[in-house]
Design a protein around this ligand. Structure first.
Ligand SMILES: *Cc1c(COP(=O)(O)O)cnc(C)c1O
Length: 336
């Protein structure tokens, strides 16, 4: 694996910090918990999509695109980071935002990531739920192309084999950090959605033969579907980096027990995790992804799946901007 062979625009603040969570580890009385701060990638409040966009936007630039189109849920962190990256490169950005939750609240529809999308100069159009959003996006892209625009489309979450290179790179970065401080990592845990993060991580770790298992906590799909989708993208990513066949089905583990009622719908355990991280560590999780990832990790520690004596790295994938889209779900008492 030699990632310098791929076009890349260096915009993320890297390496992101790797920190020990002393108070959370103590409160749970289980494994030693570390956190990889990909919420601190530096682009418009940060998050995991920035690493993917470093490779995707370099491809867009190589195609001389003048318009970037992507899609996601209303409170998409990917859409917000794409809007910001486009602004930095002087490209226009158009978003298709899917109403996956049906929430009518003003904050959900106009605050948080949506506010930031607009601040970065992006335009957007809405879609109802349940459509093939990548197909919707390609249809919109075709219309712009007919008007003579040079369009580069990015799939939901930036999850294709180009975007996943960003997480193969994160694997390299994390293992180097751990080596520097003699930290043996027993597990990596993170929220998994559109699959690029897990697929890239798993592929990068296999390419390094690091022998660190990755545990994905699904925020949407059922376990089998998620594992299948991650595996397919990991295979494609392995091909891209010249490591055909290094990832096996057994390397891809997802758990869908923490989705709750569905994508974008906060869970009680997730809200508890937000409160724990905020109050014990001063760290902001988000209601859609990292809180469900953390809720899974916390529950699996309590059930002794992750054990005392082990060291876990929780990959914080970001998303705190969407807290402002969900004020009423957060269980924070209102003051006068
Ligand atoms: C997109 C996202 C994820 C999931 O990453 P995928 O690569 O889509 O699986 C996790 N956390 C946050 C905050 C995200 O925005």
């Amino acid at each position: 694996m030699h990632l310098a062979r791929f076009p890349r625009i260096h915009l993320a603040h890297l390496p992101t910090p790797l920190e020990r969570l002393d108070r959370l580890s103590e409160a749970l009385n289980g494994p030693e918990i570390w956190i990889k701060r990909d919420d601190c990638t530096g682009l418009s409040t940060g998050g995991n999509k920035t690493r993917k966009l470093e490779f995707l936007m370099a491809e867009a630039q190589a195609c001389e695109a003048d318009l970037i189109i992507t899609q996601g849920a209303t409170q998409s962190n990917h859409a917000r980071q794409t809007a910001a990256f486009s602004a930095k490169l002087g490209m226009e950005c158009h978003l298709l935002l899917e109403d996956r939750t049906g929430y009518k609240e003003e904050n959900y529809n106009h605050n948080g990531n949506v506010l930031l999308d607009l601040l970065h100069g992006a335009t957007y159009e809405k879609r109802g739920s349940g459509l093939d959003m990548n197909a919707e996006m390609e249809a919109v892209a075709e219309e712009f192309r007919e008007q003579g625009r040079k369009v580069y489309t990015i799939p939901g979450g930036g999850s294709n084999s180009t975007g996943a290179l960003g997480y193969a790179n994160c694997a390299l970065e994390l293992v180097a950090q751990a080596n520097d401080r003699d930290l043996v990592i027993d597990h990596i845990v993170h929220a998994t959605g559109s699959t690029g993060t897990q697929a890239g991580l798993v592929t990068g770790l296999k390419a390094l033969n690091a022998q660190i298992p990755v545990y994905g906590i699904s925020v949407r799909a059922a376990k089998e579907a998620q594992e299948e989708n991650v595996f397919k993208l990991a295979e494609a990513t392995a091909d891209r980096i010249g490591c055909e066949g290094i990832v096996s089905q057994a390397d891809v583990v997802a758990n869908s027990d923490y989705v709750g009622e569905g994508y974008g719908l906060p869970t009680e355990a997730g809200i508890d995790a937000i409160q724990m991280f905020a109050k014990l560590e001063g760290i902001l999780l988000d209601p859609v992804y990292s809180s469900k990832g953390a809720a899974g990790m916390i529950d699996l520690i309590r059930k002794d799946h992750f054990k005392k004596g082990e060291r876990i790295v929780f990959l914080h994938t970001g998303g705190s901007a969407s807290l402002f889209g969900y004020p009423s779900a957060l269980g924070v008492p209102k003051t006068a």
